[in-house]
Ligand binder design. Structure first.
Ligand code: BMA
Length: 321
């Protein structure tokens, strides 16, 4: 954990080659590329499932593959997963912000993404063995809901999905829901509340990448949206949840650990946004590559140690009541 001159520990280290992917890299004309889900394929290739916004404003998903997860990306020559407004009217205004979970029991990847319907954004789910063929399950959480990811294994016999519904009641908070079959969801529980007042994570929070399973619990990187006179500020914080009772928050950090500082995070279509939707973990089980959208205009990479994030939570976190 290195020390910055202002003495806040630095947990997330930006790659010097950032941003690693922009619209200029795309094989076909697009507006921007950002907010990518990530996974390691069986041969060790890193796959990013990128949110691509077209000049219509509608987004689709496109896969980019790289041997080192940093450079020489091979991008699908055309959209990998397009909105399907005929078969799935909930996708009429596009599909956004995918989170990928490899599920050993199914031997498939579960992609959970925002489906932008005429009733607002909801959460949709699809299965894929290879990021070429997709089986859609449709909407699993109706609007307004987003920032969702599946846990990679059943908890007490049920699948578990973290997500972020929005209500008119005092803020947008993180919830968990359970399902026997990935289609029917219930046993909904509030797991992390947005704070109030001046907190960096007041009023609106949401899951960022899928939780990272550690021996001590599910390590969750979440975003907090601060409303200011100059617009929104998207920053990231850490929390730890019980492995077998994932609605139980063991620790929540008080301050944010990563926020917009560099020009590609400060300036773009939406200023002051860092928004990770995916990570990969190296063979040492500790070094994580975190892929994030910068200012809704590019994809950037930061590295972080899982051990250091847990150590930071021990020092700077407290249990939630
Ligand atoms: C959120 C999501 C993200 C986006 C962010 C900033 O609500 O829609 O896709 O990056 O806003 O615009």
């Amino acid at each position: 954990m290195s020390q910055a001159s202002n003495r806040h520990p630095i947990l997330f280290h930006r790659h010097p080659g950032n941003p690693i992917l922009t619209a200029d890299d795309w094989p076909y004309p697009i507006n921007t590329v950002f907010n990518a889900g990530a996974t390691l394929l069986p041969d060790g290739t890193t796959l990013l499932l990128c949110r691509v916004e077209e000049r219509s404003g509608i987004s689709h998903l496109c896969a980019a593959r790289s041997a080192d997860g940093i450079s020489n990306w091979v991008i699908d020559p055309e959209p990998t997963l397009r909105p399907d407004p005929d078969g799935h009217p909930e996708e009429v205004w596009g599909i956004e912000d995918p989170r990928i979970t490899f599920v050993p029991e199914l031997n498939q990847y579960v992609v959970v993404y925002t489906a932008y319907s005429q009733g607002g954004p909801g959460v949709s789910l699809a299965l894929t063995p290879d990021f070429r063929r997709f089986e859609r399950y449709g909407v699993v959480m109706p609007p307004e809901d987003k920032d969702a990811a599946l846990l990679p294994r059943r908890i007490g016999g049920h699948w578990a999905l973290i997500h972020r519904p929005v209500t008119t009641w005092q803020g947008a908070h993180m919830w968990i829901s359970y399902s026997p079959d990935l289609r029917h969801w219930g046993s909904h529980k509030l797991i992390l509340r947005a704070k109030l007042g001046a907190w960096w994570d007041a009023n609106k929070i949401g899951l960022s990448p899928p939780p990272i399973e550690t021996p001590r619990g599910w390590l969750v990187i979440y975003h907090g949206v601060r409303q200011t006179a100059g617009g929104c500020l998207y920053r990231l914080g850490l929390a730890l949840f019980d492995l077998e009772v994932p609605e139980r928050c063991l620790l929540r950090g008080h301050s944010w650990v990563f926020g917009p500082e560099e020009p590609y995070e400060r300036h773009g279509d939406v200023a002051n946004v860092v928004f990770p939707c995916g990570h990969t973990v190296g063979p040492d089980g500790d070094s994580a590559k975190i892929y994030y959208g910068g200012a809704d205009s590019c994809i950037a990479l930061a590295t972080a140690s899982i051990g250091e994030m847990l150590e930071w939570l021990d020092k700077h976190g407290t249990p939630e009541s």
